[in-house]
Design a protein around this ligand. Structure first.
Ligand code: SF4
Length: 458
C-alpha cells in the first residue's frame, strides 16, 4: 500500500470501496510464480553504497549477490546460514567469510538490517512488549509471551494444545513413578518457562504493517491509521530480534508465531508470505504459525491455494452483519457470508480447524441471541472459537462484558458443539494484549516505558 497518510474512518471506508485498493494489495494472478519471494531487496554489487539490508534477502538473491562480488556459490550458503540459522547481529560475525569479503559487503552499502529493540516493557505475567525500530525510523510493536506457566491451558492456541498434552503426560508419569523417592522427580511447580522435557516455549506476536487501515472500532492500533507496509525482512526480523534477546535456540526451544500484531497481514500479502518462507529458513515451520485476518475475502481465497501456509484465524467479532459493520466497518466490503464462503475453499488438514476469534464487547455482541447466531453461522464448519474478553484502551467507546455473560456465551457455544476457549489476556498491564498494540512513541503519553519486574515466584 505504500506510505499513506493516516486515514480517518470516512477515508478508510472510501479506500476499501475503491477498486484500486483491491488491485494494489492483491495481485490477482495465481500459479506457481506467486510462491517466489518477490518483495525482497534486489542485489547490487556494483558499488552503490545506499544502505541495503541483507536480512530478508531470498537465497537466490544471495547467490546473485555473491556472484556479483566474484564469489563461489558456497559463499551464498554460508551467508544464508549466518543470517537465518545463526541470526548474526553484525556482519563481523560471519566468521566463515574472510575479512576482505565482509569489507566488500560493507563498502557496497550492505547492512544486516535487523529491527532494533528500542524500548521494552515487562508484564507481571512475563509477557514482554518490544518497540522495534526499522531502518527508516518507523516503529512497530512485537510481543514475546513465554508459555509454560499453565495460563495458556484451554486458550485454544497451539501452546494450549501442547500444554494440555504435556500436563497429561506429566500426570501419567507421576502416577507411574509413585514409588520413586520425591527427590528423583522433577519439581514442576517452579519451572517457569522450562518444560519437563527441558525446552522452553514461547509465542511471539508479530506486526505486519506500521499502523493499520482496517479501523476495527475496538482496537487501539486502528487509531494510528496506516503508515506503510513492512517488508518481509522487517516482519521476519522482528522474530529474529525477539529470539536473540531471549537467547532462544531453535530446535531446543519451541516457538509459536502469531501474525496478530499491528496491521492486517492480508493487506500486505506478498511480504507476509515471503516472511513465512524466511521464518522457515530460520527453522520455524509454518505449522507453528497462525495468521489472523479481519476478513480480506480475495486474500483468503488466494491463501487457500498456497501449498505451504500457516493456520488461519478469522477475526469474527459479531454474529451478524449489522453488528459487525459497526464493530468492523470492513464488513461493508465483504460480509460474513462472503468470508465463510472463502474459508470453505481452504483445504484443512486432518487435525486442522479454522479458528474464529471473537472479541466480547459488553452489551454489543455478548448476549444469548448473539451466541445462538454464532452457532447458526458456524454450523457445519470445522471451526473452533477463541473468546477474547475485550481489553480496554483509552478513547475506545466499549465496556468489558460481565464475567457472567462471558461464561454464558462460552457454555452456549460448547453446548452447541463448537470447541470454544476463553483466551487468557496476556500483558494487559503493559498494553500488550489483543487489540492494544499501538506505537508507543506516537500514541501513548510521552513517558518512557518502565521495566516492570516480574512477580516473584511463589
Ligand atoms: S484488530 Fe487488527 S485488523 Fe483490526 S484495526 Fe486492529 S490491527 Fe487492524
Amino acid at each position: 500500500m505504500g506510505a499513506s497518510p493516516q486515514l480517518e474512518e470516512a477515508q478508510c471506508n472510501q479506500y476499501f470501496a475503491s477498486k484500486s485498493f483491491l488491485y494494489k494489495t492483491l495481485p490477482h494472478k495465481s500459479g506457481p510464480k506467486r510462491n517466489r519471494m518477490k518483495t525482497l531487496p534486489q542485489i547490487d554489487g556494483g558499488g552503490d553504497t545506499t544502505p541495503k539490508p541483507l536480512f530478508g534477502t531470498a537465497p537466490d538473491q544471495l547467490k546473485l549477490l555473491m556472484q556479483s562480488l566474484g564469489q563461489s556459490a558456497y559463499r551464498a550458503t554460508q551467508l544464508k546460514d549466518a543470517l537465518y540459522r545463526q541470526r548474526i547481529t553484525s556482519l563481523d560475525q560471519i566468521t566463515t567469510f574472510p575479512q576482505s569479503l565482509r569489507e566488500s559487503l560493507l563498502a557496497n552499502g550492505y547492512t544486516l538490517g535487523l529491527p532494533e529493540i528500542v524500548q521494552s516493557a515487562k508484564s507481571i505475567d512475563g509477557t514482554e512488549r518490544y518497540l522495534m525500530r526499522m531502518a527508516d525510523g518507523e516503529t512497530v510493536e512485537t510481543v514475546w509471551m513465554p508459555n509454560g506457566d499453565g495460563g495458556e491451558r484451554g486458550d485454544g492456541t497451539e501452546a494450549a494444545d501442547e500444554e494440555r498434552d504435556e500436563q497429561s503426560n506429566e500426570q501419567s508419569n507421576e502416577q507411574s513413578n509413585e514409588l520413586d523417592a520425591p527427590a528423583a522427580r522433577p519439581d514442576l511447580r517452579n519451572r517457569g518457562t522450562l518444560t519437563a522435557q527441558g525446552y522452553r516455549r514461547a509465542t511471539i506476536c508479530i506486526s505486519s504493517q506500521v499502523g493499520c487501515a482496517v479501523n476495527c472500532q475496538f482496537c487501539l492500533t486502528a487509531k494510528l491509521g496506516i503508515r506503510r507496509n513492512l517488508t518481509a525482512g522487517e516482519i521476519a526480523g522482528q522474530v529474529a530480534a525477539a529470539l536473540n534477546r531471549n537467547h532462544v535456540k531453535i530446535g531446543l526451544d519451541r516457538i509459536n508465531l502469531v501474525f496478530m500484531g499491528m496491521g492486517e497481514p492480508f493487506l500486505n500479502y506478498d511480504a507476509f508470505m515471503d516472511a513465512v518462507r524466511l521464518l522457515g529458513l530460520m527453522g520455524i515451520p509454518e505449522s507453528r504459525m497462525t495468521v489472523s485476518t479481519s476478513g480480506i475475502e480475495p486474500a483468503i481465497r488466494r491463501f487457500a491455494l498456497e501449498p505451504i501456509r500457516p493456520k488461519l484465524a478469522l477475526s469474527l467479532n459479531a454474529s451478524n452483519d449489522l453488528v459487525r459493520e459497526q464493530v468492523m466497518p470492513i464488513t461493508r466490503k465483504w460480509n460474513i457470508q462472503a468470508l465463510l464462503d472463502a474459508l470453505n475453499t481452504i483445504p484443512l488438514g486432518k487435525r486442522e480447524y479454522v479458528t474464529f476469534e471473537y472479541v466480547l464487547l459488553g452489551g454489543i455482541n455478548d448476549q444469548p441471541q448473539h451466541a445462538r447466531e454464532v452457532l447458526a453461522l458456524l454450523k457445519g464448519y470445522k471451526a473452533k472459537v477463541n473468546l477474547i474478553v475485550w481489553n480496554p484502551g483509552p478513547g475506545i467507546p466499549y465496556t468489558q462484558p460481565s464475567p457472567e455473560d462471558v461464561e454464558r456465551f462460552h457454555k452456549s457455544l460448547i453446548a452447541g458443539g463448537i470447541p470454544t476457549y476463553i483466551r487468557r489476556p496476556r500483558g494487559r498491564d503493559i498494553y500488550a494484549a489483543c487489540g492494544q498494540l499501538k506505537r508507543t512513541v506516537d500514541a501513548a503519553p510521552p513517558t518512557p516505558l518502565v521495566e516492570i519486574a516480574p512477580a516473584p515466584a511463589s
